[in-house]
Design a protein around this ligand. Structure first.
Ligand code: FEO
Length: 183
């Protein structure tokens, strides 16, 4: 008896989303290593924690596909982009990436709605909320930079921002209870 409760279209799209979350994790990992090599330990710490959060998102999608009887297909993760030139560019890129991910989640929501797959629609609402929080967080970071002088930010201010971020939890509220073991 066929037990797969997901359409092939949604299974493929969810598998693609899983890879996108893994890709996001690699981007944060790569940016974190770059920030650390530039002496921004606080930023690096924040980005490394976020890399883990993205991995948890990946696990959440993977678990869902399995739970609905779908087939999980793990493929190669694309390489992260080149290192940013500045911290400002780093956070601009983080924001752009999150906006792209929001679009991808929204297109999944639309697909599930069109298919009247309400379980998947419901599952995706967690991600819709999460993306609002992640975008807000990235926007706030950029605002901090703009207030501090944008690309002309002083070394002293960068030092303070780095210290600040080292202390920031950084995780969206909805992601705080999610772990790789318990997606
Ligand atoms: Fe998994 Fe940053 O979205």
């Amino acid at each position: 008896m066929k037990t797969n409760r997901l359409s092939q279209t949604l299974t493929d799209a969810l598998n693609a989303q899983m890879t996108k979350e893994a890709h996001a994790s690699q981007i944060y990992l790569s940016y974190g290593a770059w920030a650390s090599s530039k002496g921004f330990g606080g930023v690096a710490n924040f980005l490394f924690r976020h890399a883990q959060e993205e991995r948890n998102h990946m696990m959440k999608v993977l678990e869902y596909i399995l739970r609905r009887g779908g087939e999980v297909v793990v493929i190669a993760i694309p390489a992260p982009p080149d290192h940013p030139a500045t911290l400002y560019e780093c956070f601009e890129s983080v924001f752009t990436h999150e906006v792209g991910n929001t679009k991808s989640i929204h297109s999944l929501v639309k697909m599930s709605f069109q298919e009247e797959d309400w379980a998947t629609w419901n599952f995706l609402q967690w991600f819709v909320k999460e993306q609002v929080e992640e975008e807000t967080f990235a926007m706030n970071l950029l605002d901090k930079f703009r207030i501090a002088g944008g690309t002309k930010v002083s070394g002293e201010t960068l030092y303070e921002l780095d210290k600040d971020l080292g202390k920031t939890n950084g995780e969206a509220i909805s992601a705080q209870k999610v772990t790789a073991e318990k997606p």
